[in-house]
Design a protein around this ligand. Structure first.
Ligand code: ADP
Ligand code: ASP
Ligand code: MG
Length: 457
């Protein structure tokens, strides 16, 4: 880790997510935001909404009909933007070249898929949206420069969920990016990077938020603005509980907890760089910038006991039974060594005398390998113990402050949920959360019920 300096450049990095660059009108709203604030000098974009999902589908190998259909959908999304640009011949040629590349790579992946190929294919989404956006800004008489983030975003080769080298990013951003900021607005890609051998990598789904925060840190900027499709961070996903309320100011650790437990509005790693160098992060709606938003910063006055509810779907519970555990040592170590060898990260864990229950973190990667539970892993585990697998579960996290010191917490939470089955509870490791593993089909009702009982009284 490099020594982080405090913010020293008076500029802002603004990140616009997929829906914010979904089409020409949405892109125009982003341009309005940028032009309204002369401090915005670095702009990080996601791929236009839908494009990454289509590219991931192409990368996972599909039949010719599907392949043609996905390619056509991607072309239509990008062409709909080109058609609204004036003098679009040059940009059309560039986009056509990239579309051809996508077609060729997807042909290869219909024969053999690989994580490196997936990342290469998927990166085209961000490359296309940034090229189109630069053109749109130029047509609005704004001097903007397209910058390939892979020049500075060096990562390891963990394709699908690569980890950036922050030290390298710092020196290369200062060398290659900083000098440009005084004269122009730099438009660059979120989510993508490059490993040592020059192959493209990605930082995990939703990773553009992380890119923006990393650039804010590396360049010592004043603020990271995350423009999305909601005017801020809410007490829970407003799509799940429409009565959710906006949180106008929230501390880094509370927001990080929300992101970790599934609040998609921020990628889970986004706040790491922000905390390291103390840059505030603002979250607002690109469609309605006047609506204000949420400021994530160092501290807030009187943080409430219950701050938010987060939901993570598609959870898998593994229960491992073994009599070897009884009064023995080393069983847990054996299990964790094995899981680590299979690159599995464990999320929640509870133990009893002869069994362990654990959930696996399945979020984030663009990996085409849908399930983390490979046959090889299950076979190896079954040599140690009897294994039970339950799928279609969801993780509900109640996020708050000083929860471990609160009295009557159990009654408040579980009283509200008496009509639901709760499969596993994790509480006590952090004073910031209580986590419940519940059947996936009940997850939304549980969020709504908890929201009514903990936030609306
Ligand atoms: P973008 O494409 O801009 O990165 P995302 O779809 O990744 O946008 O994130 C925005 C979405 O996050 C919202 O539309 C909302 O449904 C969801 N979301 C989940 N939890 C929250 C929350 N606590 N507050 C606001 N939005 C949330
Ligand atoms: N385009 C990528 C995704 O859809 C990254 C991002 O949007 O942040 O996951
Ligand atoms: Mg996102």
């Amino acid at each position: 880790m490099y020594a982080v300096s405090s913010p020293n450049l008076p500029y802002v990095v603004a990140k616009f997510g997929g829906t914010s660059v979904a089409d020409f009108d949405a892109m125009n709203n982003c341009a309005d935001i940028i032009l309204a604030n002369t401090d915005v000098r670095v702009v990080v974009l996601s791929a236009s909404s839908g494009v990454t999902n289509l590219l991931v589908a192409l990368a996972s190998g599909c039949d010719d009909n599907k392949r043609e259909s996905y390619l056509k959908q991607i072309r239509n999304i990008q062409y709909a933007i080109i058609e609204r640009l004036n003098e679009a011949d040059i940009i059309r040629e560039e986009i056509d070249r990239l579309l051809e590349n996508i077609a060729t790579l997807s042909e290869t992946s219909s024969l053999t898929t690989s994580e490196a190929l997936t990342d290469e294919l998927v990166s085209h989404g961000e490359v296309m949206s940034t090229l189109l956006f630069v053109e749109l800004l130029r047509q609005r008489n704004t001097d903007a420069e397209w910058f390939d983030i892979r020049r500075i975003m060096r990562t390891n080769d963990n394709f699908g969920q690569a980890e950036p080298d922050t030290r390298h990013l710092h020196t290369s951003a200062i060398e290659h990016l900083q000098p440009r900021l005084h004269n122009t607005i730099v438009i660059t890609q979120g989510f993508i990077g490059r490993e040592e051998k020059g192959r493209t990598t990605t930082l995990g789904r939703g990773g553009s938020d992380y890119t923006a925060a990393l650039l804010g840190e590396a360049l010592g900027l004043q603020r990271v603005d995350i423009w999305t499709d909601v005017p801020g961070i809410y007490t829970t996903d407003p799509r799940v509980a429409p009565s959710a309320k906006r949180i106008t100011k929230i501390a880094f650790d509370e927001a990080a907890e929300m992101a970790t437990f599934g609040a998609k509005v921020l990628h889970p790693a986004t706040l790491l760089p922000a905390v390291r160098c103390g840059i505030p992060v603002f979250v607002g709606s690109s469609k309605d910038p006047q609506a204000g938003g949420t400021l994530v910063c160092d501290k807030t006055e009187n943080p409430p006991r219950f701050r938010a509810l987060a939901l993570r779907r598609k959870q898998t519970l593994l229960t491992l039974h073994s009599l070897k555990m009884l009064h023995a040592r080393g069983f847990l170590a054996e299990v964790f060594t094995l899981l680590s060898r299979h690159h599995i990260s464990v999320d929640l864990i509870t133990t009893s005398e002869v069994s362990i229950a654990l959930t696996l973190d399945t979020t984030g990667s663009t990996s085409t390998n849908g399930s983390l539970l490979t046959n090889a892993l299950l076979t190896e585990l079954s040599t140690l113990c009897r294994v039970e697998v339950e799928e279609d579960l969801a993780l509900v996290a109640i996020i708050g402050n000083k929860l471990s010191q609160a009295k009557g917490l159990g009654k408040e939470i579980f009283g509200a949920l008496e009509s639901f089955n709760i499969r596993m509870i994790s509480y006590g490791a952090s004073s910031h959360n209580v986590c419940l593993l519940v059947p996936g089909k009940d997850a939304e009702s549980i969020i709504q019920t908890l929201h009514r009982n903990l936030f609306e009284i």
